[in-house]
Design a protein around this ligand. Structure first.
Ligand SMILES: Cc1cc2nc3c(=O)[nH]c(=O)nc-3n(C[C@H](O)[C@H](O)[C@H](O)COP(=O)(O)OP(=O)(O)OC[C@H]3O[C@@H](n4cnc5c(N)ncnc54)[C@H](O)[C@@H]3O)c2cc1C
Length: 324
């Protein structure tokens, strides 16, 4: 094949955003290099998902097996390894997610393929791979080049590319059969959903995010109410979580969640690089009393002032717009 292979990621019957993001980058790499783009999907009862994927690739490989119903690194390593060995892609893309972080290094070692992890951009140069990856918690972007191998592998940091299901490219779906062994050494026991407390900030369209400028836990309802009037969700910077004012699921940033809302309202947040690393896209509106706060360097709109004066005005305006 010699082209680009994207390993689709899905959870509970839903294709994950990272799949479309990888396909978007894969499409770009394939078209600039005159290569084919193939998506592979593995699991049980996944035919519907394979149909959806064909909008994003020239070919979809589907490997359906009850043994692939739940993630088990041994079986997935064998299955994805068999696909790579048969199709010999120039580049395999896997999400830098819990799934990909577990699978990719094992697979790369198993197949002896050079692996670049946590990539935020990729280029194919002279038959090799130039990967831009973040290091030291995002302080440094390093270009890591791999060359001289017939095949490369990279994990892609979620949110690095904007990905939507593209219009149908009319490709083919090919069903594969691989006889998979289950050594029984690794067993799937139970799927435990992260305790979101009803909050999944990664899926929110509007995020009202609060930082240390809020001063005290007792002031949180002020921003919580604004989030609710705007139909958005409440997120925060890390110190708010460290102080146990909000659960970890609300944290945006390098050690928190990566978010892609349409609107990100940063209230009393300075804009450290660790925080900004978690915001991918959308219109950023900042409220901060310090005109030199770094958040204003990335904000599309900025309000310099005291949040305790501004947020109540915003609440009133938003309420009036809703009722008016
Ligand atoms: C390894 C590592 C990982 C990290 N991961 C993350 C992460 O994932 N997410 C994250 O957020 N941080 C993370 N941090 C912490 C990060 O470095 C910053 O310390 C943190 O983002 C600062 O949070 P803040 O902006 O809420 O607070 P501050 O930096 O203290 O900023 C508060 C802001 O509020 C403003 N302000 C104060 N009072 C008011 C008022 N009344 N009205 C308006 N504005 C006001 C101030 O001018 C200031 O700009 C990490 C740090 C490390 C070392």
């Amino acid at each position: 094949m010699g082209g680009i292979l994207v390993i689709a990621e899905h959870k509970k019957g839903v294709l994950q955003d990272i799949t479309w993001e990888m396909l978007a980058k894969g499409t770009q790499l394939a078209s600039s290099g005159g290569l084919d783009l193939t998506a592979a999907i593995l699991g049980a009862n996944i035919k519907d998902l394979a149909e959806k994927l064909i909008t994003g690739a020239n070919r979809v490989l589907i490997l359906e097996d009850a043994k692939l119903g739940n993630y088990n690194w041994e079986i997935y390593c064998e299955a994805v390894g068999a696909i790579i060995n048969e199709y010999r892609p120039l580049l395999t893309l896997i999400g830098h997610t819990a799934f990909g972080m577990d699978l990719a290094p094992r697979l790369a070692a198993h197949l002896n393929i050079p692996l670049s992890t946590a990539c935020i951009d990729l280029q194919i140069k002279d038959g090799g791979l130039a990967a831009l990856r973040q290091m030291y918690d995002g302080k440094v972007n390093a270009e890591v080049t791999s060359s001289g191998a017939p095949s490369y592998m990279a994990t892609i940091r979620p949110g690095s590319f904007s990905g939507q299901a593209p219009p149908n490219t009319g490709g083919e779906i090919k069903e594969l059969t691989v006889s998979l062994k289950d050594s029984g050494r690794t067993k799937f026991i139970e799927y435990i959903e992260a305790a979101l407390g009803g909050v999944d900030i990664t899926q929110a369209d509007i995020l009202v995010s609060v930082g240390q400028g809020i001063g005290d836990k007792k002031n949180l309802p002020l921003v919580e109410e604004l989030a609710s009037i705007l139909g958005g969700r409440l997120s925060c910077s890390r110190p708010i979580v460290d102080k146990k004012w909000l659960p970890k699921e609300h944290q945006v940033g390098s050690s928190g969640k990566t978010v892609k809302p349409r609107v990100y309202l940063a209230i009393g947040i300075s804009g450290s690089f660790q925080h900004l690393m978690g915001i991918k896209g959308g219109t950023i509106i900042a409220i901060n009393k310090d005109p030199k706060a770094p958040i204003f360097r990335v904000a599309d709109y900025g309000i310099v002032g005291d949040l305790f004066q501004i947020v109540p005005i915003l609440k009133e305006k938003a309420k009036a717009l809703k009722t008016g």
